[in-house]
Design a protein around this ligand. Sequence first.
Ligand code: GN1
Ligand code: MG
Length: 381
Amino acid sequence: MTRVKSRGCEAEKNVRHEYDFQRIGEHFRLPGKVIRSERMPSGNINKTYRVTYRMDDGTNKSYLFQKVNTYVFKNPAEVMENIDRITGHIYKKRDGRNALHFHHTVEGKNYYSEEGNEFFWRVRNYFDSVTFDVCNDVQILYLAGVAFGEFQRDLRDFDASLLHETIKDFHNTKKRLETLFKDAKEDEYGRADTVREELTYIAGVRDKACTLIDMLEKGQLPLRVTHNDTKINNVLFEVDGSSPLTVIDLDTVMPGLVAYDFGDAIRFSANTAAEDEKDLSQISMDLEQFKAFTDGFLSELRGSLTEKEVDTLALGAFCITVELAARFLDDYLTGDKYFKTLYPEHNLVRTRAQLTLAKDMEGKLKKMREIVLQCYSGDGI
Ligand code: GN1
Ligand code: MG
């Protein structure tokens, strides 16, 4: 099996950036002199850099600097308050092992901001690690499943009332689809006519894609504290890929559905192609990859999910895939303001890729559900 390392770990070396990292670092009381900064190209929202310092004793030390996207996160201080609490909770659970540590400023804040909130920075410890984007190595997928399952388990006793809702209705599929159809009708950028086929498909599967939100509203599924952005490149692995180190990207940890955490990971990791693949014939949901992640995830959660939760995990993958397609399409229709795009049609390409995957999943749901039940009962390994 081959695996493809993330673009995220192949940072652009020695590129000059528009930011004065030395000055930003001073606010966090970082000692030493900045000798290198590299942009990490992964992530569709925030800007991330590895910044390396030369210390007084001649050794080098790297940090992860992140400029938070305050168009997306309207109240970034609340995001950082959540992160403080979550990292503290996980630190205790894991005795500090591979813990994320966010540095504090002179004023005792875990961020530094200027100009309203537009210049909003945070700094955390850097891990020598690898991440995976497109990956068909079932062992890696199994381990990514373990990491997210463990994360979910670690947060079981976290008091959800302490968390701010960092993005309102983030995974409310119903609202996401309502917004899409409203924006398509308004059609401010005159693009709706070019995406009729996509809109028709989404309208056709609307009820099915909203099944889990319906069940949540009826009290048939529990809200738990979930990660809400479980792409497997949010799991850092040891450099040799032998084991997961930690789960990153805690911006959207909020109450949510386990099936959406599970489903989002499947959407990303069991896809045979990249999230934004242009050649639609490359895209499908691989059942072996599906099984590997599922096995790992459920090995950590066996006995702790309700029957309905287990029963709806597979469908969760379909729902969140349609939801993300709707979000990409909505961003395309409203002028590409939310997701970073690398070229003008990027959001449209992403939409088509996600819808191709959703269609493929639709035909495989029965089999996916069987695999889930098998793994949950422990027969999957
Ligand atoms: C965004 O920035 P990144 O890549 O961690 C988005 C997720 C999407 C993802 C799709 C806050 O995550 O919801 O699933 O892009 N995050 C936010 O790649 O909207
Ligand atoms: Mg994210």
